[in-house]
Design a protein around this ligand. Structure first.
Ligand code: 6GU
Length: 226
């Protein structure tokens, strides 16, 4: 997979890609991530990429020309499965969306800043818009890192233990059950007996029950959706 990220602040987004599972995925060639600084496509030597909004109102709007320049350049080099715009006024990212995107070949992610981008960018180029939740961030960079992480870890082969992504919270519509490791007792706090029993059908059953219990308690809305 190849992910191209267009941003005003590459330095704000790069570090999550240099650690842990995502770094390993890049090192092993499962994913290539390229960052493009929108300022390199500015209209003039002052690096102008934004302007006041027509009709008045606070906040600057990212202009269409620099964005057109970088998107056109990338599109001439390869075909993109999706051109995604990160914005709070969009459908919320779900595990299902991450699953679907993890099977794509080339993805472009455009991150907004200030008041966002000129609507014509969204109308003309963007094929999918994604928010990461009902709150506002100062820019789309962190959201793009979140989206990329959720996708990259699902690329077949990235997680060593192939089953581990399948047992994630949300993958079966439920949150994850609690986990424990050694010691089996700490300051009088004991690990549930069943997990030490070696009885795997019983352990599976306990985990399913717990997953259901926890989902019902903290995210009952997930059960309603079924
Ligand atoms: Cl994608 N961008 C911004 N700026 N804020 C957000 C968001 C995105 N998703 C949730 N809040």
């Amino acid at each position: 997979m190849r992910i191209d990220i267009i941003t005003v602040s590459p330095e704000l987004i790069q570090s999550p890609f240099d650690h842990s599972i995502i770094k390993r995925a890049r090192d092993k060639g499962f994913v290539e991530v390229h960052f493009h600084n929108l300022r390199d496509y500015a209209l003039n030597n002052y690096g102008k990429i934004d302007d006041y909004q027509f009709g008045g109102g606070a906040g600057m709007v990212l202009m269409i020309e620099p964005i057109d320049a970088i998107i056109s350049k990338l599109k001439a080099e390869r075909e993109y499965d999706e051109i995604i715009y990160m914005t709070p006024d969009a459908p919320t990212l779900t595990q299902q969306t991450a699953n679907t995107l993890s099977l794509k070949k080339n993805i472009m992610i455009l991150t907004g800043h200030y008041k966002g981008v000129d609507q014509r960018v969204r109308d003309a180029y963007v094929t999918k818009e994604i928010s990461i939740g009902d709150y506002v961030l100062s820019g789309g960079e962190l959201a793009a890192a979140v989206l990329s992480d959720s996708i990259i870890r699902l690329i077949p082969g990235v997680l060593g233990d192939e089953t581990s992504a399948l047992t994630d919270s949300f993958q079966d519509g439920l949150l994850s059950p609690p986990v424990y490791t050694r010691p089996s007792e700490f300051n009088g706090m004991k690990v549930p007996e069943v997990l030490l029993s070696g009885n795997f059908p019983k352990i599976d059953e306990w985990r399913s029950e717990k997953a259901y219990e926890i989902t019902k308690r903290v995210r009952p809305d997930l059960l309603d959706e079924e």
